[in-house]
Design a protein around this ligand. Sequence first.
Ligand SMILES: *[C@@H]1O[C@H](CO)[C@@H](O)[C@H](O)[C@H]1NC(C)=O
Ligand SMILES: *[C@@H]1O[C@H](CO)[C@@H](O)[C@H](O)[C@H]1NC(C)=O
Ligand SMILES: *[C@@H]1O[C@H](CO)[C@@H](O)[C@H](O)[C@H]1NC(C)=O
Ligand SMILES: *[C@@H]1O[C@H](CO)[C@@H](O)[C@H](O)[C@H]1NC(C)=O
Length: 421
Amino acid sequence: MCPLSHFILFAALRALVAALPHPSFVSIPLRRRSSLTTVDGAFDIDKAISHLAFSESKISSRLRSLGPISDTPAVHPTRRDTGSIPLTDGNNVLWYGTISVGTPAVDFLVDFDTGSADLVLPSSSCDSTCNGHTLYNPNTSSTAASLGQTFMLSYGDGSSVQGEQYTDTVVIAGYTATNQTFGAATQYSSNLQSPTFPADGLMGMGFKSLSIYGANPVIQTLIDNNVISDPVFSVKLASSGSELRLGGINSDLYSGSLTYTPVTQQGFWQFDGDAISANGNATLSSFTAIIDTGTTLILGDLDTIGPFYASLNATDLGNGFYTLDCDSMPSISITIGGTTFSLSSTTFNLGTYPTGSSQCVGAFTATGSLGSACFLFIPACDRRADHGHPSDTLILGDAFLRNVYTVFDMGQSRIGFADLA
Ligand SMILES: *[C@@H]1O[C@H](CO)[C@@H](O)[C@H](O)[C@H]1NC(C)=O
Ligand SMILES: *[C@@H]1O[C@H](CO)[C@@H](O)[C@H](O)[C@H]1NC(C)=O
Ligand SMILES: *[C@@H]1O[C@H](CO)[C@@H](O)[C@H](O)[C@H]1NC(C)=O
Ligand SMILES: *[C@@H]1O[C@H](CO)[C@@H](O)[C@H](O)[C@H]1NC(C)=O
């Protein structure tokens, strides 16, 4: 087929889509990246440590930039039509799906990350650190404009992402964000490199106050331009049928009713929860948490996670991980807004460690002090000594999110949870 007939077909399809009555749901499939558990059921500690370092430093740097941390022990950072994206499962570590950018549109796989707020893609002028990824080339997009600004994101493992800011057209789930600000990276940090990171880039879904560009996140652009009328997005992250829905809630994917809890500070998707229980005994009551689709595990300060595991007689592996007898793994539940959500054993149990032993690693992980300058995996940093400013903020990542349907309601500044259907 010649390009012209392609164009005519495309135009005809566009007209057809435009004529469809709303709501016409377009699914964004989400995929997950590589697993922390090997095929023989063993825990991959090296991969877990690397992922943890990335998540921790990502959140820590923003907590520090947003919240008052020097004087207070607790860190409380400040902060219309519908389409869905099926999410692809890269084995329990990260969830990604497709967006398109530029004119003509080029598809990119991105990690949908509620723990950040910026869109980052690898640039066609990136060095070898972007090898293996689809690259964004502003020179071949008629809608691209340089903002003449650089950006840099530093991570605790010493690597960084840096590049230049552009605006261009971004299409997600059939919705078009025009003049969307994003970063085209000329250098990628180790954790974003292929094949460790199977997506091409990151799409932040936190609030604008988290943006290092100081720009609207993609979702906010869609809301401001009235492209989506209902300022909500919802996710199901599971071994199959995962999706991201923009502008609405997919009632087929949950059972019972949604329990909503207010966002306490708009930046991260942050809220106050009631309790975390092991075998029905509340080992932690009233906590602050951040929902982060870009984090695999459940992260907390050593002062929170240590006592949780101590009450279960767990063994401290060091590096923030703990093991328990595989035969008697506790049943864990998290109570939010008065409703208790259970973690399935497959989401809490990360596998055996050492390989082949009868000890299994739990998904709750102690980090260095979130919000402090001390990162767990910086060699010079002694997390046990760095207790000047502990944070009571828990990061609830996929180990929790895989158990619930989650609604991110920007309009009413609240988060909703329900059991999966
Ligand atoms: C765009 O083209 C110019 C001129 O050829 C080149 O210097 C620049 O590196 C290109 N930009 C990117 C991002 O590839
Ligand atoms: C696009 O966004 C940039 C940065 O926010 C702004 O300077 C520019 O005026 C915008 N252009 C259009 C056409 O809206
Ligand atoms: C419940 O947890 C508390 C706090 O960790 C602990 O002191 C207590 O022994 C636990 N009770 C039971 C029945 O496990
Ligand atoms: C932990 O060990 C203590 C002492 O051996 C024992 O009394 C307690 O029941 C154990 N708790 C759990 C949850 O296994």
